[in-house]
Structure formats: C-alpha cells, structure tokens
Design a protein around this ligand. Structure first.
Ligand code: SF4
Length: 377
C-alpha cells in the first residue's frame, strides 16, 4: 500500500507521537532516494557582516551591543575572510548579519555613513559586489527581511539568498516568548520576503527552527506554509531543519533542547511534506551523531567551513570534512560539494546574467562545485 499524500492531520499525529513513525521514516528515505544517493554540502566561509541587531531573540548569542562585541566588519575585514576562503577552495561567502541595526544603534548609523551606505542592506550589496568580482567565491546573503527593491539589487551579485521562516506562528512574539520585541521575526513579514524572492526568481534558502517554544501543530503549519510558498513560486532551493541549542549567556539557557528522536521525526516530516524534489538539510554541527539524519531523508549538510567558525553557534564547530565524508559514505552515499546554488537552479531563469558565466565556469558536468570537488579537506 502506498504512503498517503502529505496531510496536516496525519503530520500532527507523527509530530506529537500519537502515531509510530517507522513508516514515515521509510517514506522519507524513499523520497530522498528518488533523487539518487548523493549528499551535498557547500564549502563556505562565514562572513558576519555585522553582529549588531535591532532584535532581541532570547536564544541568540550572535547579536551583541556596541561596546560588547557588536560591530561591523570593515571592507578590508570582509575581503580578508573571502580571500582566505578562496585559498581554501571555498565557493560560498555566507554573508550573515543582524537585522536592521541602524534602526536601534547610533553606532550602526555612524559606521554606515563612514562607508557611504544609507542602510545595512546597501552595505551588504557593496560587499557582495566586491566578493563576487574580486574573488572566486559566490556570495549568499542572509541579511534578514528584504523588500522587492533589496532583493532585486542583491540578485545582481548573489547566486542565492536566504531567510529562515523559523516558525509561522505569531504567538512566538508574545510577551515572554522568544521573539518578543523582535520586529524582524514577524512571520507575516518573513513570508512577504520569501514571496518577494519568488517574484524575482531568486533561488531561496529557508527553513524552520525547532524547539523554541512552539507547539507540534505550529511546526506542522510552518512546514505546510513553506510547501505552499514553493508550490506558488518554485524558488525554494532548500529547507533547513535546525534544532534549538540552549546557549550559556542567554535567557533560554535552561530550556530543554528538542529530543533527537522528535527532531528526526520533524526532519522526516519535512521530507514528506516538501517532496522528493526538495533539498532538505540538517546542519551537521548541532548534533553529535549527525549521521542519523540520513535515515530521516535529508540530502544536504549545508555550508561547512574548513576555515571559519559558525558565528551563530560558535560553541559548535563544524565536523572536519573528512569526518563528514566518512559518515556519509558509511551510510552508502556519495558526498559532493555544491555551490551555494543547487545544480537544478543553474540557468538563465534563476541566475542573474552578470553571474551566469562565472557560475558555469565553476561547475562540473553534473552542476557541482568543480574546485571544491577536487579537494577533500
Ligand atoms: S537571532 Fe538574528 S534577529 Fe534574533 S537577535 Fe540574533 S541576530 Fe538578531
């Protein structure tokens, strides 16, 4: 008997443990294997453009106040990291940053003025341009909320962009919840950004954050919301399923992290709901036995850096690439390096004309990253 089509009620029964998930995991693996037995990763450097942010997510250690570590990288800092990435055969420059810091911090406004940029997004645009023209890397900007104009501007220099949905529930913005006083975490605005990316044909990375106080029903609703967005625009290139980690020095340091079996079930649900064509990713540095997510239907490990730390989770270094390959191959898969844009999105419909030649000169016949493929560590 074939497995049922994705259904919110059935999904909730799996998520809340009312239904044994053995068949769900089998279906997740079957769907993933329809794509073949390749597991991908992106060889990247992490460039924290600014650690200033106007939001106050209660699980975050990335954002810092001015004088307490909150600052911008100068253009020289950015280019030094990008150049080091090039020397280490990286292909992705992940530009990550706090959201709209200039709305909250005068120091942010001052820095931007010194750079001749009106907004942080404008500064990201200038840095993207330098990285893509002066190095072999491809920028992937993850700069928070973006409107149509910002997406159109960044598309000229970014082969893909990203914004985690995190969760579709506005309840998480209520007083006492992790997104209270976080204007950029309004799910309506995040959906609007993902839709804007769809309108501009931007290969887009998004996903959910599991374990920050949401209910199982809200997780299920979030996954179906992403499936609806992709059904409308076809632009979601990957869905990240990320587990909450309780970090020292945060208000949520004592909150329970999601149990591994529960989290793996959510990963399998994501594969079932998003379907065989979606790239489903779990970051390998946030769980010790990360190989078990191969059994839940993932096909990607995301960005892995041979060089820079994970600034969002600095306590959790990425596994060495040799270890990633060993775990992947031990489960019967081939590990391959991809660009920050997946092979199925590499054409003139999805990549700006300014970038297409560079992309095509950087891939092998299968659309994977030619340079990064040639090195294993
Ligand atoms: S998680 Fe992102 S939006 Fe929230 S405080 Fe940290 S940097 Fe800002």
């Amino acid at each position: 008997m074939s497995f049922p089509a994705p259904d919110p009620e059935l999904a909730l029964q799996y998520a809340n443990g009312q239904r044994d998930a053995t068949e769900l995991f089998e279906e997740a693996r079957r769907l993933r294997d329809e794509r073949g037995r390749t597991i991908t990763y992106s060889r990247k450097v992490f460039i924290p453009i600014t650690t200033l942010c106007r939001d106050k997510c209660t699980y975050c250690t990335f954002a810092k106040p001015p004088g307490g570590g909150g600052e911008y990288l100068t253009p020289d800092d950015v280019m030094a990291i990008a150049s080091a990435g090039q020397r280490h055969h990286c292909t992705e420059a992940l530009l990550t940053l706090g959201d709209n810091p200039e709305d909250r911090w005068p120091q942010a406004r001052e820095f931007l003025k010194s750079q001749g940029a009106a907004t942080t997004l404008e500064y990201v645009e200038v840095m993207s341009e330098r990285v893509v023209t002066e190095t072999t890397l491809f920028p992937h900007a993850n700069p928070g909320l973006m409107d149509d104009a910002a997406i159109a501007a960044l598309r000229r220099t970014n082969v893909s962009m990203g914004l985690m949905l995190e969760n579709i529930s506005p309840r998480l913005m209520d007083p006492g919840m992790p997104h209270y006083d976080c204007p950029d975490k309004d799910p309506e605005l995040r959906v609007a950004t993902i839709e804007a990316a769809g309108r501009h044909s931007v290969p887009f990375t998004t996903g959910i954050l599991v374990g920050i106080g949401e209910t199982e029903a809200e997780v299920v609703d979030s996954l179906f919301a992403l499936a609806d967005l992709h059904a409308e625009w076809g632009h979601i290139q990957e869905v990240i399923i990320q587990n909450f980690r309780a970090k020292a020095d945060t208000l949520m340091r004592k909150n329970e992290e999601p149990a591994v079996t529960y989290f793996a079930t959510i990963v399998a649900l994501a594969r079932w709901i998003m379907g065989a064509e979606m790239n489903v990713q779990v970051p390998p540095n946030l769980t010790r036995d990360f190989g078990l997510y191969l059994d839940a239907g993932i096909n990607d490990w995301g960005g892995v850096s041979p060089l820079t730390i994970d600034w969002v989770n600095p306590e959790a270094p990425w596994p060495h690439l040799d270890k990633l390959r060993q775990v992947t191959e031990a489960s019967g898969f081939e590990l391959r390096a991809r660009l920050p844009v997946y092979p199925e999105f590499i054409d003139a419909d999805w990549i700006d004309a300014n970038l297409l030649d560079k992309v095509q000169n950087s891939i092998d016949v299968d659309g994977y990253a030619a340079v990064a493929e040639a090195v294993s560590t």
